[in-house]
Design a protein around this ligand. Sequence first.
Ligand SMILES: [Zn+2]
Length: 279
Amino acid sequence: MSQTPCIICVAITGSLPQKSDNPAVPITVGEQVESTHEAFEAGAAIVHAHVRNDDGTPSSDPEKFARLKEGLEKHCPGMIIQFSTGGRSGAGQTRGGMLPLQPDMASLSVGSNNFPTRVYENPPDLVQWLASEMVEHGVKPEIEAFDLSHILQAKAMWERGEIAERPYVQFVMGVKNAMTVDRDVFEYYIHTVKRLFGADVPWCAAGIGREQITLNDWAVSNGGHARTGLEDNVRLNKTTLAPSNAALVRRVAEICDKYERPVASWQQARQILGLSPAA
Ligand SMILES: [Zn+2]
């Protein structure tokens, strides 16, 4: 059993869930800072964030990201800030308009796939542009692997110098019409990142909806890092809404307990991911 501290990433908002789905989904920057602070105290070391307009629609406004970063640095000092460059929040280069703010990390999708009702478009020129902006601004990418080919693509980009350091890959499973939750594939993903990037490479995993806890369990028990949060899942179980992002973080901390893995502090998380020790 791996004793490496487990990094918990909390995906607080996303671009889809609304207050009508769960009133605890933080929408305004103020709500986001408050929800993140509670999750930070519960053990989350990374916050993955999108921003919204006040009516709940997705936004890619760099000014909102700037206010969020300022609030997080003030109220959650040391926490790793990761901004989303995902495709639901904007089109084309607007997806990376916040990268000059130099968050610690940003998500990076390197290939296309289907989403529940549309194609998740990540054309090569846009992927390369987003990656180059991350290199320029010193932002560490988290590679969102919706498919095996995305892991291989990250390897190719790393070899070409388009990704500065050894890729940190997140396996995403359970998005409707994309990669389903499949244990054999999950194990092959782990095998693949270790083969391509080294046996000691850190990796993480995220599951959508009721599969969030499945992927949390698989990641923690296999030495990976775990993502939770209301972006991916708004429920504690079939009948109960999650009261907060922090409640979902505590659920992962319990899984860490079960497998005797400590929850990584923000200092440990920064060390594991090769980030600067102070924000
Ligand atoms: Zn996201």
